[in-house]
Write a protein that binds this ligand. Structure first.
Ligand code: PDD
Length: 275
């Protein structure tokens, strides 16, 4: 696989970054994961917009739009990836370790693509999740590489024989380890509002638009663990999870324990959108 690192095109086995890179030392970096459908990047403009907001928040001087030619070249150099994902990370750069933000001129940019296999078991039969207290910071809307608590939550789910972890802050359900979350109650979709507790997911945004087009009401409101467990249906959304039904949480069935009709409609609408 040919990858991009700071202006160079390299075999993945040859690509390296400095041990002083601030992504490595401080998670001083933002990233995006894009889905490639039929050889093309899905919702590139929205990913660039979110990346730019993250760069501005962290005060990393870089224009996300400058990545477009890199992405085009990356797809050209890896023509086998018709269905896949693109990972891109922009860090402040490399500097001797110090907590203040150094005024670096050269951010470290890494980008690569890889093939993607959808998880058909979850898509078709629904996954199983566990609830995990959300101990992350108050800037979950910024897509930084500081994902250790997301990784630990996912690991807890796997160790408990489940597929994913759903975060809650006290009674309030926020999102999953790498996906946003929707419940269906009496035909209405409910999802946590954008803000510091969740990532403003691109798939979440697409699903809200599709639902409204389908005539399915959507409310961006907070809801509790009890609401989640009493929901008719539950699904997660994300670039890699797409529209993933979940049928069990902490060993309790959601609805009748089967993937529900509203989730199926959203899945179908999403599939027609992505091709
Ligand atoms: N994760 N919430 C969190 C915490 C995420 O990490 C992600 C995406 C999402 C969904 O966002 P989107 O629909 O824009 O992909 C929500 C990516 C895929 C990852 O870290 O691999």
């Amino acid at each position: 696989m040919i990858v991009y690192v700071n202006g160079q095109w390299l075999e993945d086995t040859e690509a390296t970054v400095s041990f002083q890179d601030r992504a490595f030392v401080f998670a001083d970096a933002v990233y995006e994961v894009l889905h490639i459908y039929n050889g093309a990047l899905f919702k590139l403009d929205l990913h660039q917009e979110r990346l730019q907001k993250g760069l501005d928040t962290l005060r990393i001087p870089y224009r996300a739009n400058d990545l477009k030619p890199v992405f085009d070249e990356l797809l050209k150099r890896n023509p086998g990836v018709q269905r896949g994902s693109l990972y891109v990370q922009v860090s402040r750069g490399a500097a001797p370790r110090a907590h203040g933000l150094p005024k670096l001129k050269e951010p470290t940019i890494v980008a690569y693509v890889k093939p993607f296999q959808p998880d058909l078991r979850i898509w078709e039969q629904g996954g199983r999740a566990v609830l995990v207290e959300d101990l992350r910071w108050q800037m979950c809307h910024v897509k930084t590489t500081g994902l250790l608590l997301n990784c630990m939550a996912k690991e807890e789910a796997l160790e408990r024989g489940c597929d994913d972890a759903i975060f809650h802050r006290g009674e309030i359900v926020t999102e999953a380890s790498a996906s946003n979350l929707f419940i269906v109650k009496n035909g209405t979709l409910l999802t946590h509002p954008n803000g510091p507790w969740i990532l403003p997911g691109i798939t979440r945004h697409v699903v809200i638009e599709l639902a409204r087009k389908e005539g399915i009401p959507v409310e961006e409101v907070q809801f509790t663990k009890a609401d989640l467990l009493a929901a008719d249906e539950l699904f997660l959304t994300g670039t890699l999870s797409e529209v993933a039904p979940y049928v069990e949480v902490d060993g309790q069935k959601i609805g009748n324990g089967q993937v529900g009709p509203v989730t199926r409609r959203i899945q179908e609408a999403f599939r027609s959108e992505t091709g």
